[in-house]
Design a protein around this ligand. Structure first.
Ligand code: ZN
Length: 84
């Protein structure tokens, strides 16, 4: 029981890093590394579909949050919440 699980483990490599310099890709839509300029393999890049999906999810979350806030704001007015 001496080993403590550490959530922020610096030994963990970034999920998506440049294959050349190993730095994390800050913009996975770029075709090249922003640090060393190496070409980023397509497997590491975001496809347009993935990018759209992420954006969609983000919007969806924002909408959910907005709806939730509105619900708290006027909890008796939830019948209107179904209109998109
Ligand atoms: Zn690089």
């Amino acid at each position: 029981m001496s080993k403590e699980p550490c959530a922020a483990d610096s030994n963990t490599p970034p999920a998506f890093g440049c294959p050349s310099c190993g730095r994390p890709l800050y913009d996975r839509r770029r075709p090249d590394c922003g640090y060393c300029g190496a070409e980023i393999p397509e497997a590491l890049r975001l496809t347009e579909a993935q990018d759209a999906a992420i954006e969609d999810e983000r919007l969806q979350k924002g909408r959910d949050m907005e709806r939730f806030t509105r619900m708290l704001d006027s909890c008796c007015d939830h019948a209107k919440g179904h209109g998109l």
